[in-house]
Design a protein around this ligand. Structure first.
Ligand SMILES: *Cc1c(COP(=O)(O)O)cnc(C)c1O
Length: 469
């Protein structure tokens, strides 16, 4: 017997126990507290105590770990988690991860796992088609941050091919990319990691609706060109992380085209809507993007760590990431297959596309559509319910994200209300500044959220308001 395998009967028992734990949690997520006590030292002791030899049955050990997961975490799978784009994972994703962890697909070279390779290829092509791209290539990755970094690298390569060999030193002046003050900070991080630095990132101001001010963008580009700088990329966001605002994709794309800049749409959250014929018009213009970020682990309910980068330039990824390594399998050039390791940032990588593909098998495109439309309906319902209780909606978005307050509430009041809701353990919401005034933020991130949870949230807010009266 190999030690790490354990004995067959014992293993079977543990698996059964694990399945019971998973089944009970998934079925009764609602009965859990949404939020934990944040006593990190207590949790550190819990972690240390787990190593104790007194817990000698494997069943006890896995129960101990599951209890840790249930007790010391925000339960993002709970339907009263009105949070930060984190989903309840679709059941298909759980099965997919169990299978993936068991067979351990290695996605660096296609020939190690033609099945998972074909699954990812199919998924990317289908997603790209639904965005309306004429040509489609792409890669699964760890999340939106990695997808955005991939975009910056591709844009640098497209504009300055010498960047690949000679680096930024070979550029005659500072390269510049444009985004807005509401853009996700992973773009700034990407600029650092690509070696162009934060000074290469122009954060264009936003209008009152927190959308990128396109006239301002146009002036910025002109000024930079006049100053001899090297504009190379514009990043528009479809669904900003705070207020869910959607930049004017078509107008920004026209500017990008005029100045021959790479046009990236960060649609980490709202990109999912390309699967809803009813709502996809909010992404109108995205079909002309050079590249798109969409997180499968947000609105499409895959387990954490499933991002996707899609581009309409079929050879840009390979030209950006191709490298040769003698120890790698060499079947790469057969069958029009490109090894993922010469086509993306990561090298050894787990299979990610399977999480999406498995959902397609279980629920079909119609299932995604129905679920997305449900989120949109719940978003609308929440906005109505809040308005009926005299809350003022401060953000402007068709997405199911609400930033709200009341005329007389100070930032401090808002913080207190939020804390009261979170500490009740019955729901999780957050705060976000809208035009420099703090508001409460609630997002429908969970396909299992229904009117009941919305009503409960409105009641909780009412209770919380009493504490500041
Ligand atoms: C969440 C988010 C990101 C970062 O994605 P991760 O999956 O957390 O890496 C980037 N852009 C936007 C608009 C996001 O909402």
């Amino acid at each position: 017997m190999a030690l790490f395998d354990l004995v067959e009967d014992e293993r079977h028992d543990i698996l059964n126990e694990a399945i019971e734990l998973v089944h009970d949690y998934y079925t009764n997520t609602k009965n859990r507290h949404v939020t934990p006590d944040l006593d990190l030292n207590f949790v550190r002791r819990y972690v240390e105590n787990g190593i104790s030899p007194s817990k000698n049955s494997y069943k006890e050990k896995i129960k101990y770990v599951f209890k840790g997961l249930e007790s010391f975490a925000v339960q993002i799978a709970h339907p009263s988690y009105f949070g930060l784009f984190n989903p309840r994972p679709a059941f298909s994703g759980i099965i997919s991860d169990l299978f993936t962890a068991t067979t351990n697909p290695q996605m660096a070279a296609w020939s190690h796992n033609p099945f998972c390779y074909a699954v990812e290829e199919y998924s990317i092509q289908e997603l790209g088609k639904r965005f309306g791209l004429e040509h489609v290539d792409g890669t699964f990755c760890s999340g939106g941050a990695e997808a955005n970094q991939t975009a910056v690298l591709c844009a640098l390569n497209k504009h300055f091919p010498s960047y690949l060999t000679k680096g930024v030193q070979s550029l005659s002046a500072r390269p510049v990319l444009y985004c807005s003050g509401q853009t996700h900070h992973s773009i700034a991080k990407a600029a650092r990691m690509c070696g162009i630095g934060l000074e290469s990132v122009r954060q264009v101001p936003t209008n009152d609706n927190l959308e990128m001010d396109v006239d301002h963008l146009s002036r910025c580009i002109q000024d930079d060109l006049t100053a001899g700088l090297l504009p190379f990329m514009i990043v528009a966001t479809a669904g900003t992380t705070g207020p869910g605002s959607i930049d004017h994709i078509t107008e920004i794309q026209a500017l990008a085209k005029k100045h021959s800049l790479w046009f990236h749409v960060d649609a980490a959250f709202a990109g999912a809507l390309c699967l809803s014929p009813k709502h996809k018009s909010v992404l109108s213009g995205i079909e002309h993007a050079d590249s798109i970020t969409v997180d499968i682990h947000k609105w499409l309910a895959a387990p954490m760590g499933t991002g996707c980068f899609i581009t309409s330039h079929p050879s840009i990824l390979e030209s950006t990431f191709r490298i040769t390594a003698e120890y790698m399998p060499t079947e790469g050039s057969q069958n029009n297959a490109v090894d993922p390791y010469v086509h993306s940032i990561q090298w050894s990588r787990r299979s990610l596309g399977l999480r999406f593909y498995m959902s397609l098998l279980f629920y079909g495109w119609a299932g995604f559509e129905k679920t997305l439309n449900h989120h949109m309906d719940m978003g609308k319902a929440l906005k109505e319910k809040l308005k009926n209780h005299d809350w003022k909606i401060l953000n402007h978005t068709p997405l199911p994200i609400v930033c709200f307050s009341k005329e007389n509430y100070t930032d401090d009041d808002i913080k207190k209300i939020c804390t009261h809701v979170v500490q009740s353990k019955k729901a999780w919401i957050s705060t976000y500044p809208i035009n420099e005034k703090l508001s409460l933020r609630a997002c429908i991130t969970n396909y299992a959220t229904n009117e009941n949870e919305l009503d409960q949230l409105v009641l909780l807010l009412q209770e919380a308001e009493k504490t500041i009266a």
